[in-house]
Ligand binder design. Structure first.
Ligand code: AMP
Length: 207
């Protein structure tokens, strides 16, 4: 049985943190377009015009992202399913995904919306740090990193960039919720609370 799951939520809603749980539970890879773009940035292979867009907090054009996903879904580790984190982010991306999946004879199992009120998001992102060695995500106050970890504070997690990203979510990504609701795939999960509490709600929503 394949498991194809999408995690949707505004920046800071906990998609990356909760992705780990879902991927372990179903034994599927996490596909994060943001992580893929950052890896290309570190490798020096990201087109400078996309780098500038990412650093500003706006969305990279659909064509570039769809090409990225198309290539990734051709890899062998996706044959039993996968979790999409941060993709799709626009209705045209969702339509392109539908087309890609139907070409492969696959179907989406669930779209999980992590619901967190706007006023909590900025505080989460400004305190977010990523361990560059393990990829694990920490919160400086509520989920502090271990001593000696090599931490990164994302350039787009600064307050002004965070507001641009939230606006992009509200203007372009929130439209995915009615899109998937109409297909009876949407499951809403309250994303407020400790990571473990949210994981328990996710588990119930996916049961
Ligand atoms: P994330 O790590 O998901 O917050 O993504 C970081 C940045 O990468 C976003 O602010 C966008 O600039 C870009 N990005 C990632 N995924 C997408 C996508 N599906 N569509 C457009 N831009 C994206």
């Amino acid at each position: 049985m394949t498991h194809i799951v999408i995690l949707v939520g505004p920046p800071g809603s906990g998609k990356g943190t909760q992705a780990e749980f879902i991927c372990k539970k179903f034994g599927i890879p996490q596909i994060s377009t943001g992580d893929m773009l950052r890896a290309a940035k570190r490798a020096g292979t990201l087109d400078p015009k996309y780098l500038a867009i990412m650093d500003s907090g706006k969305l990279v054009p659909d064509e570039a992202i769809i090409e990225l996903i198309d290539g990734r879904l051709k890899e062998d580790d996706t044959k039993d399913g996968f979790l999409l984190d941060g993709f799709p982010r626009t209705v045209p991306q969702a339509e392109a995904l539908d087309a890609l999946l139907s070409k492969k004879g696959l179907k989406l199992d669930a779209v999980v919306q992590l619901d967190v009120p706007r006023e909590l998001l900025e505080e989460r992102l400004v305190n977010r740090r990523t361990d560059l060695n393990t990829g694990k995500i920490y919160h400086l106050l509520y989920n502090p990193p271990p001593e000696g970890a090599k931490l990164e504070h994302r350039a787009d997690d600064m307050p002004d960039k965070v507001r641009t990203r939230q606006s992009a979510y509200e203007a372009q990504t929130a439209a995915l919720l009615p899109y998937y609701e109409a297909k009876a795939l949407l499951r809403r999960v309250d994303g407020v609370g400790k990571p473990d509490e949210v994981t328990a709600r996710l588990e119930a929503a996916l049961a």
